[in-house]
Ligand binder design. Structure first.
Ligand code: AMP
Ligand code: ZN
Length: 454
């Protein structure tokens, strides 16, 4: 029996899909204007574990992750610059080139983390017509008003607005100051924005008699329901999305589709903290997977580090904590590499593992069960049991290690080979020093080079 904590009801609930053994699951995806950092990766590894646990329990999962390539403003209150347009100015490229580049990078990182590909990656810019149609439905139903800068959803028309976040609207009215501009209520949000001046943005469309672009929330309502139906089972995201983004997705979807609840289970992953705060691009305090690799960590060291904490607990990142995780992970793999037994599954351990993962994805407990199993001198059927467990954990526990050199080091070695071919000995020496300073040794061979860890 699988139990999941539902943000909507604030309870752990027994999971029951809308239809038989089929599950529709949507995860809010990346805004592709910059690298996704290891904090973002936490929310995707969590979604991956959830999907694998559902599959372990015999469900067939259809997973959709959106790609935000327009309309995500720098501030959650509908002001600020469009993040994509900001990147256009920064990189002097087209929005499409920027989106393609960071999306590709993002997918490469996910792959390294053993993330299982979703069934669909819909892009916002490829669903503009659907978004215009949904906004039109909301206009026709009388839930919107127009200001000089866009079309807004009037949240005062919904009795249950804010139910996901348990928002206290009275308190909100009295408290927190926000830039209201022409908004009627503090919680009203933009469905569609008008361009300040036609031709200044790269991405804009003609609709509602003006030139404009979609608000951020509308894309998730449109793309999730287009591929999963007007009512579906699970929606995931980071905890930062609860009070604004997901709250607004619910408001517009339940109004447009007329079905309640629009989504049955809402699951949120807590933050990865860094230097005492949320790791976030806007603060600038971010680390990428590539950076960790340059420091000698493997992507799966990071996955192991994440699985050691429950997804609903905030997790402090530090190099030291990651190093500890790396050491345990390597020890675990080394012990497993020595195991020789081909008996059938050890049901006792597998059952305990199952209880852990089915208790709201308790991966730290699941890992403890795994450790107990590998250390238990008397138990049999270890390999088959580990294989089954790894189907959920995705840690390549039975994969034999081949020599691992981070991509960044390989790149330096390639550059050095090129320098040597061009007889640029100075450059070659400098590159050797750089490789050494990162903890690797390069030796020249007849065919090229060999790299070793120091
Ligand atoms: P973004 O590209 O900013 O829209 O974020 C992509 C996903 O990462 C969203 O689900 C966010 O909630 C999540 N996220 C952002 N920062 C963190 C963090 N520090 N820890 C965990 N999840 C995060
Ligand atoms: Zn979303």
């Amino acid at each position: 029996m699988l139990k999941l904590y539902n943000t909507l009801t604030r309870k752990k609930e027994v999971f029951k899909p809308i239809k038989d053994k089929k599950v529709g699951m949507y995860s809010c995806g990346p805004t592709v204007y910059w690298y996704q950092h290891i904090g973002n990766m936490r929310s995707y590894v969590f979604a991956d574990i959830l999907k694998r646990v559902l599959q372990y329990n015999g469900y067939k999962v259809k997973h959709v992750i959106n790609v935000t390539d327009v309309g995500h403003l720098t501030s959650d209150d509908d002001t600020g610059e469009d993040k994509m347009e900001k990147a256009v100015k920064r990189e002097k490229k087209t929005a499409k080139e920027i989106a393609d580049f960071y999306f590709k990078k993002f997918k490469e990182d996910l792959k390294k983390l053993n993330f299982t590909e979703p069934d669909k990656w819909p892009k916002a810019t490829e669903h503009i017509k659907d978004m215009i149609d949904m906004v039109q439905t909301l206009i026709d139903k009388g839930f919107t008003y127009e200001t000089s800068d866009g079309i807004y959803f009037d949240t005062s028309k919904l009795k249950d607005y804010g139910k996901l976040a348990n928002l206290n609207l009275k308190k909100l009215k009295a408290g927190k100051r926000i830039d209201m501009k022409e908004k009627r209520n503090k919680t009203d949000f933009a469905l569609w924005k008008f361009s300040e001046e036609k031709g200044k943005r790269q991405q804009e469309w003609e609709a509602f008699g003006r030139t404009g672009f979609p608000g951020w929330h509308i894309e998730c309502s449109v793309m999730s329901s287009k591929y999963l139906g007007e009512q579906f089972d699970i929606h995931t995201g980071g905890e930062d999305h609860i009070s604004v983004h997901h709250t607004n997705e619910i408001a517009q979807s339940e109004t447009a589709f007329g079905k309640k609840p629009w989504v049955k289970y809402w699951l949120h992953c807590s933050w990865l903290l860094f230097n005492k705060g949320k790791m976030s691009k806007s603060k600038g305090d971010i680390l990428t997977l590539e950076k960790l690799e340059e420091e000698g960590f493997k992507p799966l060291d990071y996955r192991y580090f994440l699985l050691n904490a429950h997804y609903r607990k905030q997790l402090d990142f530090s190099t030291e904590a990651l190093r500890n995780a790396k050491n345990s992970y390597e020890r675990l793999k080394n012990i497993i590499a020595e195991i020789k037994d081909d008996k059938k599954i050890n049901e006792k351990y597998l059952k305990r593992f199952e209880e852990a993962i089915n208790d709201d994805l308790n991966t730290p407990n699941a890992l403890s069960v795994l450790w107990e199993l590998v250390r238990d001198k008397k138990s049999e059927g270890k390999i088959k049991t580990i294989e089954k467990m790894d189907g959920v954990l995705g840690l390549d526990l039975l994969k034999k290690e081949k020599k691992y050199i981070p991509e960044a080091i390989e790149k330096l070695a390639e550059e050095r080979l090129e320098a040597r071919t061009n007889k640029d000995w100075d450059k070659a020496d400098k590159l050797r020093e750089e490789i050494n300073s990162k903890g690797y040794i390069i030796e020249d061979t007849k065919k090229g080079y060999k790299i070793k860890k120091e």
